[in-house]
Design a protein around this ligand. Sequence first.
Ligand code: ARG
Length: 458
Amino acid sequence: MTKKLWGSRFPKKTSILTNKFTSSINFDKQLAVYDILGSIAHAKMLGIQKIIPRQDAKLIVKGLNALLEDVKSGRFKFDSSAEDVHSNIQEALFKKIGPAAYKLHTARSRNDQIALDIRMYLKDQICQITELLTGLQKAILKFAKKNIDVIIPGYTHLQLAQCVLLAHHLLAYIEGLQRDKTRLLDAYERLDSMPLGSGALSGTSLPINREFVRKELGFKSITANSIDSVADRDFIIEVLSDLAIMAVHLSRIAEDLILWSTKEFNYIDIDFSFCTGSSIMPHKKNPDVLELIRGYAGRMQGNLSSVLILMKGIPFSYNRDLQLDKPPLFDAIDTTKEILGIFISLFGNIAINKETVASRIKDESLFSVDIVEYLIKKGLSYRKAHDVVGKMVKECLDKGAAISRLTDKELKRYSPKLGSDVKKIINAWDSVNLKKSYGGTNPKQVILQIQRWNQRLG
Ligand code: ARG
């Protein structure tokens, strides 16, 4: 069993229940690599500053490097009875190099150590997640380019609204994901500050060199207040918020695809390799992957809430409650990476049912705004034009007639400004071509946006 870092002050052994209840090794072992890297920088600094003998510092660094290899290769055996990752690594170091190991924790507390570990972990994870996000954006962009000739009905209130290019709709996803990425990178900037050297909460009387440790570990700055350094976890809350927002985006994209894959819509076909079946209904092909992505979004909100609520009543500075920030954080990070990974592959496995989609964009109600704007261009007020088209749409719907089949005389009955040339714009391609305003669905504009994303995503 791993020795306690604080055992000598205690006249008796802690209860097995206490050991089990307070232990965090089963989850904070995920931080082992960062814990060791932080310790290597710390040990080097202790040696250079002559706080511990240089020979000891060298021995510690050598031992830690060996442990790092063990952890990275999966050889390292974590001790499930250890209190936490910090005790476990220190004890393993003792076994490797002997008593010099016990000089490592000089001028350090687990309070600043854990704050360092999580920040290093998050810097790493943010890089991985933003890379995956770029991967997903690229997969969506590829899908958009492949189907650049597809027009779909756009929806508001989930009712037919206006025609848009499928690529335009997909680029909307890419925009949102880009904001998710930059939000995470903003959080990165703020958490890129090195807390080691804060001690338990007040700093240390030993002549440490925090700037050296900062440089060794590649942080942008050092934290300026030792109490803040050990007490706050706002950077975790910030990352969890960013991930929760991203999860909402991913959930909504999943929801679109789920709807589009229904028999009722039938716009897309998701490859069998990304669907599941039913144990009772042999005909089923279910979009479970997408449903789980939607479902996980709820858990991501829960993880954020969990840490927000955890933090709200904690007095300054460090309290053991803070240990419980890690399970929701790790869950959110792991879940995000898993979702992004499968979503990237899934996007390469969707086929558009072009015929069905083409049949749906024949619905003339999709062009009502185009006719309104036609009339505005002929001098009618917006109000008047809306009334004219409203009446025309209503009567056509009531009689089951098509606007494009109305005679010139019938058209003129609604407004003398309605010429037969209006019929030329009652089709999907003219409809999208007309939307030339910046950010609109005009194909030339959409292609420019695709080129812009091509460059941006590299
Ligand atoms: N497992 C603890 C955490 O996650 C590490 C710090 C423990 N510090 C202490 N003074 N007990 O926050």
